[in-house]
Design a protein around this ligand. Structure first.
Ligand code: NAD
Ligand code: ZN
Ligand code: ZN
Length: 342
């Protein structure tokens, strides 16, 4: 079968590899769609990975073979795959929060395309316990829900008590994850939603996805957002970029005792000095960096999609175009989420 592999830092190849055999507790998926995440670009430049590694951590597929000891699944079923494969036995994994697995507090948390062979291939192995049935959802277009849906859902759910009707949520970076964050905020909270991006087209799309306001990114975003919130600032800021300039906007607009939630892996830093740029963090602010979501969160995300409350904006591409798609993503040209179809 064809598999799109990272063979050394910065070097990819579409290779012929053997179709794997499912072991105990595993199923073999025929991949129907594999979302392309900005994290794949970070992986592309990573130095220490189990090379060669098949990329792809937004998998949807059809079950074509069952390994021994798999119950409750049948061949022919369509499923999406939970992508955080924790140790399965620690306190966090015991509750389905494999994203908080105690064995992987930092660095690469294992999953398909994240240490294990991923979904940018014709077939992929998955532990049966990580599957969630797709129901009537499109087997190609729903693939990004595995990460671009899961991760914002988890971040928003953690701040739910702050997201009351009088509250404001700011979403910085309305790309793959951010355009779904806007929709999830709309679907599960009464918050006013402000989208922030460098790209005017993405801002226009975010308005279409339900954002109340759209603000161009940069230092001027701070006074603009403070004015929109009558000086109170935003109860929750979700930063899907994570570079110092966006973190500084986040610190400048988050309200006192608000949440500055950093999802983007841009490697920036937050200034804790009292007068950091432009205004510094207010009293009581919580800064966090959540990872992915829980197994339960994935069920909730699929339910929102199945009821038409959220919808991934998808551009489809053949697996053979993976290199081009990654280059387009790097240049900021992808609208919504790109999905590779093997
Ligand atoms: P994307 O490329 O699809 O979207 C990024 C968006 O940010 C684009 O719309 C771009 O125009 C915008 N942007 C870039 N620089 C900006 C700036 N200075 N100000 C405002 N907007 C800016 O990326 P994605 O796939 O949505 O991923 C977003 C980030 O989240 C990446 O860093 C990715 O690695 C990370 N991520 C983290 C987790 C997690 O669990 N923490 C999970 C998935 C992805
Ligand atoms: Zn990702
Ligand atoms: Zn664990």
């Amino acid at each position: 079968m064809k598999a799109f592999q990272l063979v050394s830092p910065g070097k990819t190849e579409l290779r012929d590899v053997d179709v794997p055999e499912p072991g105990p507790g595993q199923v073999l998926l025929k991949v129907t769609g594999s979302g392309v995440c900005h994290s794949d670009l970070h992986l592309l430049h990573a130095q220490q990975l189990p090379f060669p590694m098949t990329l792809g951590h937004e998998p949807a597929g059809q079950i074509v073979a069952l390994g021994p000891q798999v119950n409750g699944w049948a061949t022919g079923q369509h499923a999406i795959c939970y992508i955080v494969w924790g140790c399965g036995v620690c306190r966090r994994c015991a509750t389905g929060a494999e994203n908080a697995c105690e064995r992987f507090p930092r660095g690469l948390v294992p999953g398909p395309g994240l240490g294990y062979p991923g979904a940018m291939a014709e077939y992929m192995l998955a532990p049966a316990r990580s599957l969630v049935p797709l129901g009537d959802l499109d087997p190609v277009d729903s693939a990004p829900l595995a990460d671009a849906g899961l991760t914002p859902y988890h971040a928003i759910d953690r701040s739910r008590e702050l997201l009351t009707p009088t509250s404001t949520a700011v979403v910085i970076g309305v790309g793959g994850l951010g355009h779904l964050a806007v929709q999830i905020l709309r679907a599960i909270t009464e918050s006013t939603v402000i989208a922030v991006d460098l790209d005017q087209e993405k801002l226009t799309a975010a308005r279409g996805h339900g954002a109340d306001h759209a603000v161009l990114s940069g230092p001027e975003a701070v006074p603009e957002i403070l004015e929109l919130t009558h000086g109170r600032g935003a109860d929750v800021v979700l930063d899907f970029v994570g570079v110092t300039p966006t973190l500084s906007v986040g610190a400048g607009v988050v309200s006192s005792y608000g949440h500055l939630t950093v999802l983007g892996l841009g490697g920036g830093s937050v200034d804790f000095s009292a007068s950091g740029p432009p205004q510094g963090l207010p009293w009581g602010a919580t800064v966090s960096r959540p990872y992915g979501g829980t197994r339960r969160d994935l069920h909730e995300v699929l339910s929102l999609a199945q009821r038409g409350l959220i919808k991934v904006q998808v551009e489809r591409h053949p697996l053979a175009a993976a290199d081009d798609v990654l280059a387009r993503l790097e240049r900021g040209e992808v609208r919504g989420r790109a999905v590779l179809v093997p």
